[in-house]
Write a new protein. Sequence first.
Length: 122
Amino acid sequence: MATHPYDATHDPPLPVLALLLSTPGDDDRIRLVGIADTGADITVVPSTVAEALLAAIGTVRVAVVGGARTSATLYRAQVEIDGASDVIEVAAWGDEIIVGRDLLNRCVARFDGPRRVLELTR
């Protein structure tokens, strides 16, 4: 089990996860910290990061804050969290990193709000 502290710079504090992002099979990785969001279907990375590191594979319609729908470019990416690596499709949009259920559902996640930690078990 790995323990990840919440980001206390937000009010209320946010559960966050550090991840390594790369093109599948490539050793050139970038470290990102994203919000663990059980309400997000898909993992989202900033467009600038995806465009610089990954190859586009298509588009997807996504609902953003407030319910508006927009198009986002899809990228195939290798994502590593706590030493476990998965190849997934990520959406590129905005400037935040959101770790969605496409990754969270591969783990047992325990959100401990009073202690402000997220515990993950693979």
